[in-house]
Design a protein around this ligand. Structure first.
Ligand code: SF4
Ligand code: SF4
Length: 374
């Protein structure tokens, strides 16, 4: 599909793409570290949000600031910044989430000159009566500080427009997520990854148009595509997945990924924002309502209940937990999620990776053994 090819090209060099955006219309580029960064406010300020993942270069400079037992996402992003590969950024936003991102924020502030630095100290507990007020206060403060840094006034009208844009993007991604579960043969796992990843990099208005065109194409093929060979339906759960190759390896092993609960997957685009409400309160409400990640709290069994429900809804045969090494929030969550799946008689496999996947053959063998078992 030509729309996916356009996204693929952009993902080959996200930094270069953002620098071209900046050169074209003097747009400010703002790096973000997690989907809890309020992108609607950044877009309403006329800036472009770029989710930072680390370019995969060898870690050398970051070793002097971070222990080796920090996750590869945090080490990779810091390495890029210290090496000057992110010098084009005008600012960076650190949402207050896991310990590693919070500490990275301090290290960044002290060691990376140039770009402005903003923390969004969001509440941890999202289901308490006070969390709504607190969330709104934090976002209002963020709106003011971001406006000052960028020298603009962020109006309600601009916020409404940004909310409308993000609602379109999230509705399209949600529809694609449903379609791929119903008819996995219409979109490869690698292409699905491209769409979700592009949503963190691309010019958002262009992205919304492309995603809506893709939905229209997929709706057409869903009705007519011949079903592929019977494969085990697998569900990915966990944190950051910056490894498109995993979908191909699952396919070679005889499976197909039909859904996920990943920080870089369905959890990042779930939920719509009420356009009729006051914009900041409405943005806060989506964050409070959307399915929580392990760095936040919203009830003792919310995450397990959500995972079991999603796996059943998508008729998955098994779950692959995809965890980044040294990611404490997800590692602490894993035993209880695995137990909940076991109680629901859903088989699961744990895969812990660093910034690179283990060799293809080794992974394929593990997936084949798991698929045979289920
Ligand atoms: S678990 Fe995912 S969503 Fe939560 S703080 Fe970490 S990266 Fe962000
Ligand atoms: S949640 Fe995990 S993967 Fe994400 S930044 Fe924190 S430690 Fe790293």
């Amino acid at each position: 599909m030509k729309q996916i090819e356009e996204m693929d090209q952009i993902l080959k060099d996200p930094a270069g793409y953002c620098q071209r955006l900046k050169a074209a219309d003097s747009r400010k580029i703002v790096g973000t570290l997690c989907s809890y960064a309020p992108e609607e406010i950044i877009v309403a300020a006329g800036a472009h949000p770029l989710r930072l993942f680390g370019s995969g270069e060898k870690i050398r400079l970051a070793e002097a600031h971070l222990q080796t037992y920090c996750c590869s996402l945090v080490r990779g992003a810091l390495e890029d910044a210290l090496a000057g590969r992110l010098a084009f950024l005008d600012g960076v936003v650190f949402p207050h989430t896991c310990d590693s991102i919070q500490r990275l924020s301090d290290i960044w502030r002290l060691n990376i000159p140039g770009a402005f630095h903003l923390d969004a100290v969001l509440p941890v507990r999202l289901d308490s009566p006070g969390s709504q007020r607190y969330f709104i206060d934090v976002l209002n403060r963020f709106r003011k500080e971001l406006g000052e840094k960028l020298g603009v006034t962020i109006t309600d009208a601009a916020l409404q427009d940004a909310i409308g844009l993000y609602n379109r993007i999230r509705a399209a991604l949600t529809r694609i997520d449903v379609l791929r579960a119903e008819a996995p043969e219409i979109l490869s796992g690698g292409d699905y990854y491209t769409l979700v990843r592009a949503a963190m990099v691309m010019d958002r208005p262009r992205l919304a148009d492309l995603l809506e065109e893709i939905v229209a194409e997929l709706e057409k093929s869903a009705g007519v595509a011949a079903p592929g060979p019977a494969k085990k339906r697998l569900f990915l759960a966990g944190g950051i997945c910056n490894h498109p190759d995993i979908y191909g390896i699952v396919a070679e092993a005889g499976g197909v990924v039909i859904g996920d609960d990943l920080c870089t997957g369905s959890r990042s685009f779930g939920g719509q924002i009420d356009r009729a409400a006051e914009p900041i309160a409405a943005i806060a409400e989506r964050y409070r309502e959307r399915i929580v990640c392990p760095a936040k709290h919203r009830g003792l069994t919310t995450r397990a209940d959500h995972l079991v429900r999603l796996v059943r809804e998508k008729r998955a045969d098994g779950v692959i937990f995809f965890l980044l090494k040294f990611c404490d929030p997800h590692a602490f969550d894993y035993p209880y999620l695995k137990e909940a799946l076991a109680e629901a008689k859903i088989p699961s496999l744990l895969l812990e990776v660093e910034d690179r996947l283990p060799a293809d053959g080794q992974l394929r063998t593990r997936f084949e053994a798991f698929i045979e078992m289920i």
